[in-house]
Design a protein around this ligand. Structure first.
Ligand code: ATP
Ligand code: MG
Length: 574
C-alpha cells in the first residue's frame, strides 16, 4: 500500500460527515434538540488507549461543531477495579488530546443516591425484586440465545418484602453475593439483556470517591443510561457492543421518572493491526510485568504514545481519517504511522545521531584542527534556521553504512568507495582496521578539501550521503527502538484467543552506545527530533542530563507496506 492511499476518509461521506453527525444535524434541523450535549464516559479501571481517542474526538468533536458541550463522566460503579490514579490519568489524557470540559466533570457515583431512589421506585411499581439465588444459579437460569430463561423462585416476592430486603442490603446486613436486586422484565425475552438483569449487587469495598458510604453498587447497565438522563445528554454515543443493551436502557428510561430522554447511537470500535485495544488485556500486560508500565512506549495507551513522542495532532488526525462507521474493520498500522510522520515531518528539527558507531579517521585532515559547518534544522520549515556542527579528523558513522564486500546495489562506504558526509565533505575509504576477532574497528579515509559543503567543483558525483557525528564533541546516548508489541496482525486469533502467546519477543531493542550531536543536549522531554536517515525520536523521561535516553517514535519509511499488502484475517468484535 502506498502511504498516500491510506489517507482516504473511510466511513465519512463526501461532506466529511459521518452517520452520527448526520443524525445530530437532523435533530437540530427538526427542532428535536436545541443544545447538543454529549459525554465521554470512561470507567476509571485503566489508562485510556487509542480506541478511546476515537470516542473522545467523536464526542468532543460533535459537541464543538454543533455549539454544544461534552461532559467528562467517570462511570465509577465498580470499586473493585477503579482507582484514583486512573481517574487522574484519564483527565490528563483527554486534556492532552486537546479537549476541555470546564466544570462538566461528573461521576456516576455523584448519582448513587438518585439511582438508589430509582431502584426503590422500580420495586414499588412491582418491577424489581431481591433475588437470593447464587451467581451460578442466576447464570444457569438465564437461558441461551435459543432457549428462554427460567424465572427465579424469588421473583414473586411482595413489594414490602423487596423494599425491606433492599434496604437491608444497603444497610450492610448481608455479605457479598448473598443477594442482588433484579429488574422484573421478561425471562423469555429474545434479548438476553432483558431477562431480569441485575441492578444492584453487594460489594463491601471502599470506593475511590464515596469511601465506605455504600456496600451496594449499581451495575453499569443500571447506572449508565440514567446518568445520561440526569446530565441531559442528547446523543449517547457508544460502541457497537452496547447495541443489544439499548432496549434495556430504553426500558429503564420508560419506567423511571427521569428528567430527560437520551438516545443511544452505536458506532464500530477502532481496531488496529498488531495491537490490542482492550483495557482488560492491557491491565494484564502491566500486572504481569510484560511491559514497564501503562506508559511503556510499546503500549497502545495514550500515555504511552505521548511518551513515545506521538503528537496529539497526529492522533486526532488519524482518528479523523479512520472515520466513524457501523461496520467492523481493522485499520492498518501503516495508516497510524503515516499520520504521525506527517505531523512530525513539519515540526521536528533534524539532527544527526549514530546509533551503532564505527570510527572513521581522516588521514589527510590537518592535525589538531576542527571546522564548523552549517547544518539545516528543518528543510520543511525555513524559519527553523540552521546550526553549526563540528567536523574534524575523527568522526563516527553508522556501522551498517559500511560493508567490506558490498553486494552490487550497496552504494555506501566500502574499500575504495567515495561518499558524501552530510553538510561536510566527500571521503574515500582507503583502509579497514580490524581487531583480533576480525571485526572492523576503524575506517581509514581521505577527504577532498574542495568538496566542503557537499559538492565537488569538478562535478563528480557520489551515490550516498551519510550522517555522522564528530568524535570531538559527540555525546553518549541510549536509544530505544520499538516494534510492535504483538507478533501478528490479529493477536490471539491463532491461539484460541490467548493474546499473550502472540507477544513479540523482539518488541524492544535498547542501544546503549549511541553518539549524538551536541545540539541534542538542549532538547526537552517529549520534544520531537528527526535523526537524519533514521526516523523520529524524542527524549524519554528516563533521561539524565549526562545520559540522554531517546525513544524512536516512528521510522522514516513505511516498513508495513509490504507486510500488510495481504488482506487481514477477520476477527469477531469485542
Ligand atoms: P475496553 O474494552 O478497552 O475495556 P471499554 O469500552 O470497557 O474499553 P470504557 O472506559 O467503558 O472502556 O470506554 C469509554 C468509552 O470509550 C466508551 O464509550 C467506549 O465505547 C469507548 N471505546 C472503548 N474502546 C473503544 C475503541 N476501541 N474504539 C472506539 N471507542 C472505544
Ligand atoms: Mg466498558
Amino acid at each position: 500500500m502506498v502511504a498516500t492511499e491510506t489517507t482516504t476518509d473511510a466511513g465519512t461521506t463526501e461532506a466529511g460527515r459521518d452517520f452520527i453527525r448526520d443524525i445530530v444535524q437532523a435533530d437540530i434541523d427538526a427542532g428535536r434538540v436545541s443544545e447538543v450535549v454529549t459525554r465521554f464516559p470512561p470507567e476509571p479501571n485503566g489508562y485510556l488507549h487509542i480506541g478511546h481517542a476515537k470516542s473522545i474526538c467523536l464526542n468532543f468533536g460533535v459537541a464543538a461543531e454543533f455549539g454544544g458541550r461534552c461532559n467528562l463522566r467517570f462511570d465509577d460503579t465498580n470499586p473493585m477495579k477503579e482507582e484514583q490514579e486512573f481517574i487522574d490519568s484519564i483527565a490528563q489524557d483527554v486534556r492532552w488530546l486537546g479537549f476541555e470540559w470546564g466544570q462538566h466533570q461528573y461521576y456516576a457515583s455523584d448519582y448513587f443516591e438518585q439511582l438508589y431512589a430509582w431502584a426503590e421506585h422500580l420495586i414499588r411499581s412491582g418491577k424489581a425484586y431481591v433475588d437470593d439465588s447464587t451467581p451460578d444459579e442466576i447464570r444457569a437460569m438465564r437461558g441461551t440465545l435459543t432457549e428462554p430463561g427460567q424465572e427465579s423462585g424469588y421473583r414473586n416476592r411482595s413489594v414490602e418484602q423487596n423494599l425491606d430486603l433492599f434496604r437491608r442490603m444497603r444497610a450492610g446486613e448481608f455479605p457479598n453475593g448473598a443477594c442482588v436486586l433484579r429488574a422484573k422484565i421478561d425471562m423469555a425475552a429474545g434479548n438476553i439483556n432483558l431477562r431480569d438483569p441485575i441492578l444492584y449487587r453487594i460489594l463491601h469495598a471502599t470506593h475511590p470517591r464515596t469511601g465506605d458510604a455504600w456496600c451496594i453498587y449499581p451495575t453499569y447497565d443500571f447506572a449508565h443510561g440514567q446518568s445520561d438522563a440526569i446530565e441531559g445528554i442528547t446523543h449517547s454515543i457508544c460502541t457497537l457492543e452496547f447495541e443489544d443493551h439499548r432496549p434495556l436502557y430504553d426500558w429503564f428510561i420508560e419506567n423511571l421518572p427521569v428528567p430527560s430522554r437520551p438516545h443511544q447511537y452505536e458506532f464500530a470500535r477502532l481496531n488496529i493491526a498488531y495491537t490490542v485495544l482492550s483495557k482488560r488485556v492491557l491491565t494484564t500486560l502491566v500486572r504481569d510485568g510484560r511491559v514497564s508500565g501503562w506508559d511503556d512506549p510499546r503500549m497502545p495507551t495514550i500515555a504511552a504514545q505521548r511518551r513515545r513522542g506521538v503528537p496529539a495532532a497526529a492522533l486526532r488526525e488519524f482518528v479523523r481519517r479512520v472515520g466513524v462507521a457501523k461496520a467492523y474493520s481493522v485499520v492498518d498500522l501503516a495508516q497510524y504511522e503515516h499520520a504521525v510522520r506527517e505531523v512530525l515531518n513539519k515540526t521536528a528539527l533534524r539532527r544527526m545521531a549514530v546509533l551503532r558507531p564505527l570510527k572513521l579517521v581522516i588521514e589527510n585532515w590537518p592535525d589538531g584542527t576542527t571546522e564548523t559547518l552549517d547544518a539545516v534544522n528543518n528543510p520543511e520549515d525555513a524559519s527553523a534556521g540552521s546550526r553549526r556542527v563540528t567536523f574534524g579528523r575523527e568522526i563516527f558513522v553508522e556501522r551498517e553504512d559500511f560493508m567490506e564486500n558490498p553486494p552490487r546495489k550497496f552504494f555506501r562506504l566500502s574499500p575504495g568507495r567515495e561518499v558524501r558526509l552530510r553538510y561536510a565533505y566527500f571521503v574515500t575509504c582507503r583502509e579497514v582496521v580490524k581487531d583480533a576477532a576480525g571485526e572492523v574497528t576503524e575506517l581509514r579515509c581521505t577527504y577532498d578539501p574542495a568538496t566542503r559543503g557537499g559538492d565537488a567543483p569538478d562535478g563528480r558525483r557520489v551515490q550516498a550521503t551519510l550522517h555522522w557525528v564528530s568524535a570531538a564533541d559527540a555525546l553518549p546516548a541510549e536509544v530505544r527502538l520499538y516494534s510492535t508489541l504483538f507478533a501478528r496482525p490479529d493477536p490471539g486469533a491463532g491461539n484460541a484467543g490467548d493474546v499473550m502467546a502472540d507477544l513479540n519477543p523482539d518488541s524492544l531493542e535498547v542501544l546503549r552506545d549511541c553518539l549524538i550531536e551536541p545540539a541534542l543536549a538542549s532538547a526537552t522531554v517529549g520534544e520531537a527530533v528527526q535523526f537524519e536517515r533514521q526516523g523520529y525520536f524524542c527524549i524519554d523521561p528516563d533521561s539524565a542530563p549526562e545520559r540522554l535516553v531517546f525513544n524512536r517514535t516512528v521510522g522514516l519509511r513505511d516498513t508495513w507496506a509490504k507486510l500488510n499488502s495481504a488482506p487481514l484475517p477477520q476477527r469477531g468484535r469485542g
